[in-house]
Design a protein around this ligand. Structure first.
Ligand code: PLP
Length: 440
């Protein structure tokens, strides 16, 4: 008799018993290359001794002290470290337990900020179609993925959704500059429709992860968006839950776009799987509006700033930055892109190979020339996931790439500690899985 409420009640997954380096092992002893870090979590692989030692030491000293009563050394040290590394004016860190919580905090902070500065009319949030910001109701409402939203639509607050920056399908015959300008114009039109003085925030993932498969923006897109937000006094909230913490080659993904947000959400790689943790970073201006106003951010969760989670995360950041693990990401990512292009570049059912750093996606198409997707009923993405898993590769395929219904992609987000030799293992196993899935 099984009492775990599993994600999928039609198929019981194997029991994971051990993690070591880039591999996970099930109870039969079978090894799986963790080619997606679950969902872009395990950037340091499994069993990192520096991180586990830091967590153990913290547990032996102080496991928990509620933030309604205390601050703690690991939370203070981690906040200092993150702010020293963060772009732009980011100055304060609010620690939570994961990505959805970080996004909820970001949305509520944006609203409270405008109340504090006497602009209560600012209540609209604009996000992008095909984004994912989490599964709690506020974050789900910001997300633009039709399939994820559909069952809960009556519970979701209204937010606007504009087009994502999706060069493969959206750019057409435009230059990247013209495409970025077109997307900016679309956002400007939506801001004007709502009334610029009523919009509080624009929300986006710098590199779109789960719902689209590692889609980076074209050059200048975010600079234009940043300027638009500044023109209208709108806050820019960047969701770096998946693409942040070095995944794209820089600690914060937006560094490569030459912009900094007013509020930023990180999670996943922040804990690297060793502890559940997320964080919302905001500028001094936003923090101080509250500090000098009501003095109280009307939000909170029991496990905010959990000392063991913060200690583990500080050790993760030390590994990423002080030990130079992040520096491995760009060269390894470029090598992965080359191998993917060698294996799939001419494949009749691979339309696009994209991404940044160790965050790569391939988009599967029925007809390469027309970019026509496969019939969603075929569930090609699920077949690739199953075939890859059987072959000992964990990757993150998903359907609905184009509009939440149509399209299939495979997301890869391997550990930064992987070696060059592992690239062949990933690409060979993925090639086999794609062929198996196409045959079914
Ligand atoms: N935001 C993004 C961009 C994500 O990819 C995810 C999770 O995949 C979330 C938010 C939600 O994070 P969590 O699952 O930790 O709540």
């Amino acid at each position: 008799m099984n009492h775990v409420f599993a994600r999928n009640s039609t198929a019981m997954p194997p029991k994971a018993v051990r993690g070591e380096g880039v591999y996970l092992y099930d109870e039969s002893g079978k090894a799986y290359f963790d080619g997606s870090g679950g969902a872009a979590v395990s950037c340091l692989g499994h069993g990192d001794p520096h991180v586990t030692a830091a967590i153990k030491a913290q547990l032996e000293t102080l496991a928990f002290a509620h933030t309604g009563f205390f601050t703690s050394e690991p939370a203070e040290a981690l906040a200092d470290r993150l702010i020293a590394l963060a772009p732009g004016e980011l100055d304060r860190v609010y620690f939570v337990s994961g990505g959805s919580e970080a996004m909820e905090a970001a949305l509520k902070l944006a609203r409270q900020y405008f109340l504090e500065i006497g602009q209560p009319e600012r209540q609209h949030i604009i996000a992008r179609k095909q984004s994912y910001h989490g599964n709690t109701l506020g974050a789900l409402a910001a997300g633009g993925n039709a399939w994820r939203r559909a069952p809960f639509e009556p519970l979701l607050v209204h937010m606007s959704h504009v087009s994502p920056c999706y060069a493969y399908r959206g750019q057409g015959k435009d230059t990247p500059e013209a495409y970025a300008a077109r997307l900016e114009a679309e956002l400007e039109a939506e801001v004007q429709r709502l009334g610029p003085e009523t919009v509080m925030a624009f929300v986006a993932e710098p590199v779109v992860g789960a719902t689209m498969g590692a889609v980076p923006p074209v050059a200048d897109y975010f600079k234009r968006i940043r300027a638009l937000c500044d023109r209208h006094g709108i806050l820019l909230i960047l969701d770096e839950v998946m693409c942040g913490m070095g995944r794209t080659g820089t600690l914060f993904a937006c560094e490569q776009d030459g912009v900094a947000p007013d509020i930023c959400a990180v999670a996943k790689g922040l804990g690297a799987g060793y502890q559940p943790i997320g964080a919302m970073l905001c500028t001094a201006a936003i923090h101080d509006a509250i500090a000098e106003g009501s003095g109280f951010f009307q939000h909170g969760h029991t496990y905010l700033g959990h000392p063991a989670a913060c200690a583990g995360s500080l050790a993760v950041v030390e590994r990423l930055v002080d030990d130079g693990v992040v520096d491995r990401v760009t060269p390894l990512g470029e090598a992965l892109q080359e191998r993917l292009e060698a294996a799939f570049g001419q494949h009749p059912h691979v339309g696009d190979i994209r991404g940044r750093g160790l965050f790569r996606g391939i988009e599967l198409v029925a007809v390469r020339e027309t970019k026509a997707p496969f019939d969603p009923a075929r569930k090609l993405h699920a077949k690739v996931k199953k075939a890859a898993f059987e072959a000992g590769l964990i990757c993150y395929p998903m359907g609905g790439t184009i509009d939440g219904q149509k399209g299939d992609h495979v997301l890869l987000a391997p550990p930064f500690i992987m070696e060059d030799r592992h690239l062949d293992e990933i690409v060979d196993k993925l090639s086999g899985a794609v062929e198996t899935a196409l045959d079914v």
